[in-house]
Design a binder for this molecule. Structure first.
Ligand code: PLP
Length: 398
C-alpha cells in the first residue's frame, strides 16, 4: 500500500508539500473523488433528471453501490449500513428508535468529557423526553488525562443497571485518541439488557471494527475525517440486523421505503430491510460520489493492511515524541488501545510550539487548554513525513 499517497492531493505551502497530520479532523482529497464529483456534475449538466436512472452511475442506486465497501470499513453486513445525513442528526434519529426511556429506566451513560455534540445530544434527548438533563446522565470521569478504564465503564453499568436505558460512547475518543474496548463494553451492557450506541467519528476508517460480530446496537460516523469524503460529507449509520425497523418506533421518510416500490407513492410507510429503513431523504449525490471514490481506496487496501501500516507509523511517531523531554503523551501507549492519533502536552509554552509547527509546514491541531493532536493517516502519510516532522521539532526546540 506504499503508493496510496499518490492517490491523494497533498496541500502545499510555498510550493512545498506540507506535513499533513490532521486527517483526524479533515481527511485529504483523493484525486478520484474530484473526478467522481466532476462526473456527476457533467451528468447533471447533460442529462438533468434522467441522471437518476441513466446507465452510468444512476443516482437512484448510488447509495446501494457503496454499501459493501462501507460495511467493510466498520465490520458490518451490507444491509446493516447506510450512507445518510450527518453525524449529529443521525444520532438523534437513531435514538428515536433506540433510546426508549421509562421513568424507572431513563439514564444515559456517557463520558464526562465527551465531544460536545455527544453531550448535547444526550442532554437534549433527556429533556425532549421530559427528564432532567443533569441527573439523567451517568458520567464516566476517566483518569486525569480523560483516558477511560474499561473497568470503570463496566462498574458504572453494573451499579446503574436498574436505571440505565442507554450506553453512549465513542469508538475512538476525539481528544485522547483512545480506542475503546467496544467488544467488551457491548457484551457487558448486552448481558444487562442495556442498549449500546457508538459515535464512530474518529474510528471509521482509522481502526478495524467488527460491529456485527460484537453485537453493537447502533452507530453513526461522519465521512470527512479518516474516510476522506470531503468537508461536511454524507455520514453513515450502522444498525445491527437483530433490530427490525418494522418492529421499532422510527421517524420515517420516503427514502426509507423499499427502493423498488418507492414510486408507488403509497400512503402508509413500510420500512426497507435493515439500516435502509432508517434513511429519510434522498442522499446528496455529489457527496455520495466522493465517498464512493474514497471507499474504493479503502477496499483496495483492506482494513487489516491499513491497520498494520497505521500501527507502524504511530509507533514511529511515539518514538520521535518520546525522544524529547518536552512532551507528555496522553494517548494510551498500548497500540491496541489507540488508532493513529497521538495527543500530547508540551511542558512549556505549548501554544507557541504549536504555532511554530504550523510555520514550518506541519499541520496538526490544537485542543484547548493544552493538547496537540497529530495523526499520521496510513493512506497518505509516510515514514518520510515523520522523519521530516522530527527535523522540524529539532529545529523548533533548538
Ligand atoms: C467530528 C465529530 C462530530 C461532528 O459531528 P457533525 O454532526 O458531523 O458535525 C461529532 N462527534 C464526534 C465525536 C466528532 O469527533
Amino acid at each position: 500500500m506504499n503508493d496510496t499517497r499518490k492517490r491523494f492531493a497533498i496541500p502545499r505551502n510555498g510550493g512545498k508539500e506540507v506535513i499533513y497530520l490532521c486527517g483526524n479532523s479533515l481527511g485529504l482529497m483523493p484525486h478520484a473523488a474530484a473526478e467522481a464529483v466532476q462526473l456527476q456534475l457533467t451528468k447533471w449538466a447533460s442529462e438533468g433528471v434522467e441522471g437518476h436512472f441513466s446507465e452510468h452511475y444512476p443516482w437512484y442506486s448510488l447509495a446501494e453501490s457503496l454499501k459493501e465497501n462501507l460495511a467493510h470499513v466498520v465490520g458490518g453486513l451490507p444491509h446493516e449500513v447506510a450512507a445518510m445525513g450527518s453525524l449529529s442528526s443521525n444520532l438523534h434519529h437513531l435514538m428515536a428508535s433506540f433510546y426508549r426511556p421509562t421513568s424507572k429506566k431513563h439514564k444515559i451513560l456517557i463520558e464526562k468529557h465527551a465531544f460536545p455534540s455527544d453531550l448535547y445530544i444526550a442532554q437534549s434527548q433527556l429533556k425532549w423526553h421530559g427528564y432532567d438533563p443533569e441527573s439523567g446522565l451517568i458520567l464516566l470521569s476517566g483518569d486525569q488525562d480523560n483516558v477511560l478504564h474499561t473497568a470503570e465503564v463496566l462498574d458504572k453499568i453494573e451499579e446503574n443497571t436498574g436505571s440505565l436505558a442507554l450506553v453512549f460512547l465513542p469508538g475512538v475518543q476525539y481528544h485522547t485518541g483512545q480506542f475503546l474496548d467496544i467488544e467488551k463494553i457491548t457484551a457487558f451492557a448486552a448481558s444487562k439488557g442495556i442498549t449500546v450506541g457508538f459515535d464512530l467519528a474518529h474510528a471509521a476508517g482509522n481502526v478495524p471494527m467488527k460491529l456485527h460480530e460484537w453485537g453493537v446496537d447502533f452507530a453513526s460516523w461522519c465521512s470527512y475525517k479518516y474516510l476522506n469524503a470531503g468537508p461536511g460529507a454524507i455520514a453513515g449509520i450502522f444498525v445491527h440486523e437483530k433490530h427490525n425497523p418494522a418492529e421499532l418506533p422510527l421517524l420515517a421518510g420516503w427514502w426509507g421505503y423499499p427502493a423498488e416500490k418507492r414510486f408507488q407513492m403509497k400512503d402508509t410507510f413500510i420500512p426497507a430491510v435493515g439500516a435502509d429503513g432508517w434513511v429519510q431523504s434522498n442522499p446528496n449525490v455529489l457527496s455520495l460520489a466522493s465517498l464512493k471514490a474514497s471507499l474504493e481506496i479503502f477496499a483496495s487496501v483492506g482494513m487489516p493492511e491499513l491497520r498494520k501500516k497505521s500501527m507502524e507509523l504511530t509507533d514511529k511517531l511515539e518514538i520521535i515524541l518520546t525522544s524529547y523531554n518536552e512532551f507528555e503523551i496522553i494517548t494510551p501507549s498500548n497500540p491496541a488501545e489507540r488508532g493513529c492519533q497521538l495527543s500530547f502536552r508540551v511542558r512549556n509554552n505549548g501554544r507557541d510550539f504549536f504555532d511554530q509547527l504550523i510555520e514550518h509546514g506541519v499541520i496538526g491541531d490544537w485542543r484547548v487548554p493544552d493538547i496537540i493532536r497529530l495523526a499520521p493517516a496510513p493512506l497518505y502519510n509516510t515514514m518520510e513525513d515523520l522523519d521530516n516532522l522530527d527535523s522540524v521539532i529539532k529545529n523548533v526546540l533548538a
